[in-house]
Design a binder for this molecule. Structure first.
Ligand code: DQA
Length: 147
């Protein structure tokens, strides 16, 4: 089983950027943790980050035919990235949306997600642990087992 874990714009700055909101872990540390979870689950996780919506879409188009599911933190594209949303929908894969922060307790513009309506579910406000919850739950659902 192969799961794509995708990080959108500015998430390359995790660990430096607004640490009170997004936490101390770097993207590298988060990805390393996800590889540990992948080893535990005996699955393959491919991680990708880009600051460009086009590069995210290219990655989804190229990788999704050989993948089983997607975990994505779309960054600010969450709130207006309709091309990204279309690419995710066109992948026909189950998508779990992740946010480190609780977007519903923040500025009004962050409280709408254009991704959520095409997602299997959303995990938000749980920091880096949200990625682990999303990955484990998605894999459990795909395997038809308990988490
Ligand atoms: C975010 C929330 C977005 O509003 C913001 O633009 C991000 C990160 C989060 O993980 O909480 O870049 O997706």
């Amino acid at each position: 089983m192969k799961i794509l874990v995708i990080h959108g714009p500015n998430l390359n700055l995790l660990g430096k950027r607004n640490r009170q909101v997004y936490g101390d872990k770097t993207l590298e540390e988060v990805n390393r943790l996800l590889q540990e979870v992948a080893a535990d689950l005996d699955i393959e996780v491919v991680t990708f980050q880009s600051n460009s919506e086009g590069a995210l879409i290219d990655f989804i188009q190229e990788e999704s035919p050989a993948a089983d599911g997607i975990v994505i933190n779309p960054g600010a594209l969450t709130h207006y990235g309709l091309s990204l949303r279309d690419a995710l929908a066109d992948s026909n894969l189950p998508v779990v949306e992740v946010h480190l922060s609780n977007i519903y307790s923040r500025e009004e513009f962050r409280q709408e997600s254009v991704i959520a309506p095409i997602a299997r579910g959303q995990v938000c406000g749980l920091g880096w642990r949200g990625y682990v919850v999303a990955l484990r739950t998605l894999v459990a659902e795909l395997k038809g087992s308990s988490p």
